[in-house]
Design a protein around this ligand. Structure first.
Ligand SMILES: *Cc1c(COP(=O)(O)O)cnc(C)c1O
Length: 514
């Protein structure tokens, strides 16, 4: 073959290659579906954390791309041979690390459909359904979380311009709100260049690290990003009095308090910052309040957890990630803002090649103006399908079931005198550790707990991660992987006890028959 004399590609390569051949599509998707079914059936028996070494994949796959086509069968073989052994199985029922990444058949179906339609819905016109479904489903969720109407796009008017948008991550939601808050603060204090170095943003020492990164990206001077210390006495929540002291000191020094990040359900230990009182403090200084409920926001679909969002009516923005705990696969972060114009100001663009009637009429939202990028996936489809397929009652049951499993796990930990639960359990995360034994210093206790964690994870039969709170090394047991049942929690606890026996050199006596 090769290029013909007049420089055109030979006709054969134009006609011979059909990347969206419908017969191939049916067959490949069916084969993929079989692969997935097989995976979910077996995932329970796989080591949750793989034991591969860095660079392992280069030894298993060719270093250069294939010139000729590879059969789909051969590719699925490679998945078995090279990819599965190096996967950390987030879908395993024995996965208790970090926070869960939940899944559901409705979300998978929705994601596949979104990929099939593949609209790049940057403006309303570029896909009206994608834009409108997004604002509808965000209003649905706002109802479910009982957010005040100021965050709903359906109640937006000339005076109030609330609404929601889907981002890929909390980090992006935080960055966009920081940029909005930054520009609002700069308008108040006159002039970009003069004032940007004076803006201050506040979180606590428990705020997610992505907040500090987003502040850097948004141009805040890292010296002006405060990490207000928390205490075990207040369960590691941000105390309004401490926040006020920090803001007042900065204001007195001629700085401009611009942004406060309150977290509902911190990543380390699910601490809850009191949103109402924090918003009150922030209001004294005219600062923006963002509520980061990445994980715990999902729990607030249940009335008994909604109290943790109390005060959100005073915040400027709130976000949570259904991809964490509401059965919607990655990526899916909901962000609501009280006034979308404060986002579209700094984030809006209006290039000639995207100009169109509806955008110019001002009667539609162009979602590219509420995010970092231009192109965007049709994410609302999977979220809408999850809510429709399961209904509110099942979503609530799903949360409650995880919380109940965590509650039982907590009971098991408390029943063993070698262990202690380190912070109160609020949702489905239990933070615990082996207690320091007679005369043991904290550093030794930390070492012992680190060793215990390594032993548990090396077994492959569960995966748990750790954190440090109040200078203590603690194990985090997060219930919520979609396939997890009570028996998995029970056997994880048996495993933990067995490894503790090994570590502490206890004679392992046979379990008595009762
Ligand atoms: C997980 C988490 C984040 C980070 O979320 P991304 O979507 O990965 O950016 C931020 N804040 C909290 C409280 C989290 O739990």
């Amino acid at each position: 073959m090769g290029i013909s004399q007049n420089g055109d590609l030979p006709l054969l390569s134009i006609h011979g290659f059909k990347p969206l051949d419908l017969d191939d599509l049916r067959e490949q998707v069916h084969q993929t579906m079989d692969f997935i079914m097989d995976y979910y059936k077996k995932v329970e028996s796989f080591p949750v954390l793989p034991s591969v070494q860095p660079g392992y994949l280069r030894h298993l796959l060719p270093a250069t791309p294939p010139a000729e086509p590879t059969t789909f069968d051969a590719i699925l073989c490679d998945l078995h041979r090279a990819i599965l052994p190096g996967l950390t199985h987030w879908a395993s029922p024995n996965f208790f690390a970090y926070f869960p990444a939940t899944l559901s058949s409705a979300a998978l179906a929705g994601d596949l459909l979104a990929s099939a339609f593949n609209p790049v819905a940057f403006t309303w016109l570029s896909s009206p359904a994608a834009t409108e479904l997004e604002s509808l489903v965000l209003d649905w969720l706002a109802h479910l979380l009982r957010l005040p109407s100021c965050f709903l796009s359906s109640s937006a008017s000339a005076a109030t311009r609330g609404g929601g948008v889907l981002h890929n991550t909390t980090s992006e939601a935080m960055l966009c709100t920081l940029v909005a808050a930054r520009d609002a603060a700069l308008r108040r204090s006159g002039g970009f260049a003069a004032a940007i170095s004076r803006l201050v943003a506040y979180g606590s020492d428990q705020t997610h690290s992505t907040f500090f990164k987003a502040c850097r990206i948004a141009g805040f001077d890292p010296a002006n990003v405060r990490s207000v210390p928390t205490r075990s006495e207040s369960d590691f929540s941000l105390e309004p009095a401490r926040l006020r002291a920090a803001m007042a000191a900065d204001a007195a020094a001629g700085l401009v308090p611009a942004y406060v990040c309150a977290t509902v359900g911190t990543t380390s230990s699910t601490a809850v910052d009191p949103v109402g009182p924090i918003s009150e403090v922030a209001a004294e200084f005219g600062a923006w309040v963002h509520v980061d409920a990445a994980y715990a926001g999902s729990a607030c679909v249940c009335p008994e957890f909604r109290q943790y969002l109390d005060g959100v009516e005073r915040a400027n923005s709130v976000s949570f990630s259904p991809h964490k705990w509401l059965l919607t696969c990655l990526d899916c972060t909901c962000l609501w803002v009280r006034d979308t114009r404060l986002l579209t100001g700094p984030l809006g663009t209006d290039p000639e090649y995207l100009k169109n009637g509806p955008s110019e009429s001002g009667s539609v939202v162009d979602l590219k103006d509420l995010q970092v990028g231009v192109g965007r996936r049709f994410r609302s489809l999977k979220l809408w399908m999850v809510i429709r397929t399961y209904g509110v009652a099942n979503l609530q049951a799903h949360i409650r079931s995880d919380v109940e499993m965590a509650r039982r796990f907590e009971g098991m930990v408390r029943s063993d005198r070698r262990f202690e639960v380190v912070v109160p359990r609020r949702f489905a995360l239990v933070c615990f550790r082996l207690m320091p034994r007679g005369g043991m210093v904290e550093a030794q206790a930390d070492k012992e707990n680190r060793r215990l964690l390594e032993m548990i994870n090396a077994s492959g039969r569960a995966y748990i991660t750790h954190t440090v709170v109040g200078r203590m090394y603690v194990l985090r047991f997060a219930v919520g992987s979609t396939l997890t049942e009570e028996r998995h929690v029970a056997s994880a606890w048996e495993l933990i006890k067995k490894k503790a026996d090994e570590l502490l050199g206890v004679e392992v006596s046979p379990v008595p028959n009762i």
